[in-house]
Ligand binder design. Sequence first.
Ligand code: SAM
Length: 241
Amino acid sequence: MRIETLSVFPEMFEPVMSTSILGRARRAGIFEFEAYNLRDWTHDRHRTVDDEPYGGGQGMLMKVEPLAEAIEDIASTGPHPHTIFFTPCGEPFTQRTAERLAAHDRILLVCGRYEGMDERAYDYADERISIGDYVLTGGELAAMVVADAVVRLLPGALGDEMSNVDESFSGGVEGGLLEYAQYTRPADFRGKGVPDVLLSGDHAKVDAWRRANAIERTCRWRPDLIEGAGLTDKERAFAQE
Ligand code: SAM
């Protein structure tokens, strides 16, 4: 997979894209990464990418011309990149979105700044994504969130192929369940123990406990996920208790 970003702060990406799992996956050739500077597609001395909004109002907007030229140029270097614009007005980003994006050969992540973009720039978007109901100063962090969630789904990226299987939001019809509680040594920490079943060595019982625990935790913290989690009738009754 090839991941490309277009922003006015391309230098923000390198530390994240070269560290830990992402860095290892990149060095192993599991994905390629390139961060483009939008200012390289400006034609004035000041490399201007923003201007005042028509109709007045606070702040500046990103101009459409550099964005259009940059996206056209980047796209011309290979197969069409699936082009994502980041905006609080986009579709909420979920694990399902990450799974869908991981199937693309090439994605281009377009990051806003200032008060956002000239609306005509969105004609170049295949989709608009929001990473949550809050406002960031720029789309770079959103792009890193998406790149991280996508890369760890690529075959070989985690090293251990099973690591994705039981995680929060995996499985289910829509959202899956939250992950069950986990413990590691010591078995006693300041008087706080570990559920006996996890020390029993009985894998069937451990699996049953984990499933029940995942349902309990989802009911408590994310009841909105239960409906689409693909529960059996018996589990549904348990969830309603
Ligand atoms: N005026 C815009 C609004 O109210 O919707 C917010 C602009 S924000 C200050 C600047 C840029 O940060 C946006 O163009 C977008 O690229 C990015 N951004 C901010 N919050 C975001 C979010 N929740 N999800 C994705 N991108 C976000």
